[in-house]
Write a protein that binds this ligand. Structure first.
Ligand SMILES: NC(=O)c1ccc[n+]([C@@H]2O[C@H](COP(=O)([O-])OP(=O)(O)OC[C@H]3O[C@@H](n4cnc5c(N)ncnc54)[C@H](O)[C@@H]3O)[C@@H](O)[C@H]2O)c1
Ligand SMILES: CC(=O)N[C@@H]1[C@@H](OP(=O)(O)OP(=O)(O)OC[C@H]2O[C@@H](n3ccc(=O)[nH]c3=O)[C@H](O)[C@@H]2O)O[C@H](CO)[C@@H](O)[C@@H]1O
Length: 429
C-alpha cells in the first residue's frame, strides 16, 4: 500500500516513519523544503522524539520512506492520503485551517477511484466533511473515494509509543467499506486496536473534547489555587490529598496554558456554537490566559518581601517554550510574562535549555546563563533541567533570593531553608 502523509512535523514524521516501518510505501509531503531535504537524506528534524532518528534513517535507507513538496504527485501515487498539517486558532479564536484546505486542493488533483483520504490533524467537528466539495473537484463523487477522520491521540516526546499502541485509535468514516479499510490500516500499527465511531464528526469531537476537558480542568485548578492564596493554604497539598480518591483529578495550577493544542481546541467548540453558549469553556480560556499576569503579580509580591520594587529589578525568566522538553513557542505563557515584566520596568533576562540567544531576542529578553545579580527567578516552563537547579549555588550568586515557581517543580521548604522567598500559584506564604 502507498500512503501519503501531508505534514512532516512533530506528528506527521513519526506517523510516516511508523507506517513505513510496518511495510507501507510512504511518501511524506511538506511545504518546507528543508524538512523534505533532511528526510530524503534520512535525517530527522523532530529532535524531541526519542527513537525517531533511527526510524527515519532506516526506512529512508531501505526505500520505504521518501519526502516531496509535490502534493499532487504524491496523491497520484498514493492509495491513502493522510492530512496532518497544523490546525490552529488566533488569539481571538478565529480558526486558521488554510493548511488543511491547501492540502485538500492538492489531493483533489491526484485523487483516484478507490483512494481514501484521512484527516488526522485535530479538526473542528464537521471540518473533514467540509472537504468533500474540494475533493469532488477531482471529478469523483464521495463513495468512489473514501473519507475518514482518525485523530492523533499523542503528544511530542511519546509519539512513536502512542501511535503504535498506547491508546485505541478513534476512527470515523464516510461508509462501511472505508471504515473497514481504515480500521485494517490502523490495526497494523496500533496494538491497542481501533474504536469505530458512528460518524466522522463524532470522531472529530472525541479528540477536541479530550483537549477541552484538559483546558477546563486546568482552569479549575488555577481558580482553586487563587482561592488558596487568599486563604493562606497550599493548593498542591490539598489537590494531592483530594486526588487520592478516584473521582477527583485536580490538574496542576501554573503560569498558563500554551501550545497549539490545549489552548486551541476549545475555540473549535466555541466557534461552532450557534444556539448553545459554551460559557464554561470560554471562562476557562479567560482564566488560563490570565495566569501569566498572575505570575507577574507574584513576582511583585516576592520582590516586595525583599524591599525591591519590580521597576529596575533584574528578573530571570526560566523557560521560553510552552512546556518542558518541547521546542514549541505557540501561545507560550513566557511571551506574556516577559512582556508585562518589561512594561513594569524590570530588566528581563531568560534561559531555556532548548533555546538560544536568537530566541531570547524574539521574546524581547536578554539571554543569560548564570544567576549573577538576579533579583527574582521566575520559572514558567517545566524543563527537567530546572528540576535539578543547584539552589545552594544559586543562593550565593543572586542579588536577592526570590523564586516564583510557575510550574511547581522546586521544593518550597528546601528553597526557604536557603533563605529564598518562594512563591507558586496556590502557595504564597
Ligand atoms: N504536537 C502535538 O503534541 C500534537 C498532538 C496531537 C495532535 N496534534 C495535531 O497534529 C496536527 C499537526 O501538528 P504538529 O504538532 O505536527 O505541527 P508541526 O507544526 O510540528 O508540523 C506541521 C508540519 O506541516 C507542514 N505544513 C504546513 N502547511 C502545510 C501544507 N499546506 N502542506 C504540507 N505541509 C504543510 C509544516 O511545514 C510542518 O512541517 C495539528 O492538528 C495538531 O493539533 C499535535
Ligand atoms: C497530555 C494530554 O492529555 N494532552 C496532550 C496535550 O499535549 P501538549 O503538548 O499540549 O501538553 P499539555 O501537557 O497538555 O500542556 C499544555 C499546556 O498546559 C499546561 N498545563 C498542563 C497540565 C496541567 O495540569 N496544568 C497546566 O498548566 C502546560 O504547562 C502547557 O503549557 O495536547 C496534545 C494535542 O492534542 C494531546 O494529544 C496530548 O495528549
Amino acid at each position: 500500500m502507498t500512503i501519503a502523509v501531508y505534514g512532516l512535523g512533530k506528528m506527521g514524521l513519526p506517523l510516516a516513519a511508523v507506517f513505513a516501518d510496518h511495510g507501507a510505501n510512504v511518501i511524506g509531503v511538506d511545504i518546507n523544503e528543508r524538512v523534505v531535504e533532511m528526510v530524503n537524506k534520512g535525517e530527522n528534524h523532530v529532535k524531541e522524539e526519542p527513537g525517531l532518528d533511527e526510524l527515519v534513517r532506516r526506512n529512508v535507507e531501505e526505500g520505504r520512506l521518501r519526502a516531496t513538496t509535490d502534493g499532487v504527485w504524491a496523491a497520484k501515487s498514493a492509495d491513502v492520503m493522510i492530512i496532518l498539517v497544523p490546525t490552529l486558532a488566533d488569539d481571538r479564536g478565529n480558526l486558521k485551517l488554510e493548511p488543511v484546505y491547501d492540502v485538500a486542493n492538492k489531493i483533489a488533483k491526484g485523487l483516484e477511484k478507490g483512494d481514501i483520504v484521512i484527516t488526522e490533524a485535530t479538526m473542528p467537528p464537521g471540518t473533514t466533511e467540509s472537504l468533500i466539495p474540494i475533493l469532488e473537484k477531482s471529478g469523483l463523487k464521495l463513495g468512489e473515494f473514501g473519507l475518514a477522520h482518525a485523530p492523533e491521540r499523542t503528544m511530542t516526546g511519546t509519539a512513536i509509543r502512542d501511535i503504535t499502541g498506547q491508546y485505541p485509535k478513534i476512527v470515523g468514516a464516510s461508509d462501511e467499506r472505508t471504515l473497514e479499510a481504515v480500521i485494517g490500516l490502523y490495526e497494523t500499527i496500533n496494538r491497542k486496536g481501533v474504536i469505530p465511531m458512528s460518524s466522522i464528526k463524532a470522531a472529530e469531537a472525541v479528540k477536541v473534547f479530550e483537549g477541552v476537558y484538559r483546558d477546563v480542568n486546568i482552569a479549575l485548578a488555577n481558580e482553586l489555587a487563587l482561592w488558596c492564596e487568599e486563604h493562606g493554604l497550599d493548593a498542591l497539598e490539598i489537590f494531592n490529598a483530594a486526588n487520592t480518591q478516584p473521582y477527583c483529578h485536580l490538574h496542576m495550577p501554573g503560569a498558563g496554558v500554551g501550545g497549539h493544542c490545549i489552548p486551541v481546541y476549545p475555540w473549535f467548540v466555541i466557534s461552532l456554537a450557534k444556539k448553545t453558549n459554551p460559557r464554561l469553556i470560554k471562562t476557562a480560556r479567560e482564566i488560563n490566559d490570565s495566569m501569566p499576569h498572575h505570575i507577574v503579580e507574584l513576582t511583585i509580591r516576592g520582590l516586595n518581601e525583599v524591599g525591591k520594587p519590580l521597576k529596575g529589578s533584574n528578573v530571570l525568566v526560566l523557560g521560553l517554550t510552552f512546556r518542558g522538553g518541547v521546542r514549541e513557542f505557540t501561545k507560550s505563557p513566557a511571551i506574556d510574562v516577559i512582556k508585562e515584566l518589561k512594561e513594569w520596568g524590570a530588566r528581563v533576562f531568560t534561559y531555556d535549555p532548548l533555546c538560544n540567544e536568537e530566541d531570547a531576542k524574539r521574546f524581547g529578553a536578554e539571554w543569560k546563563e548564570d544567576f549573577k545579580d538576579v533579583d527574582a527567578i521566575v520559572i514558567v516552563t517545566d524543563h527537567k533541567e530546572f528540576k535539578d537547579l543547584n539552589l545552594e549555588e544559586i543562593a550565593k550568586q543572586v542579588r536577592n533570593r526570590v523564586i516564583v515557581d510557575g510550574r511547581n517543580i522546586l521544593d518550597p521548604r528546601k528553597a526557604e531553608k536557603l533563605g529564598f522567598v518562594y512563591l507558586r500559584v496556590g502557595r504564597v506564604f
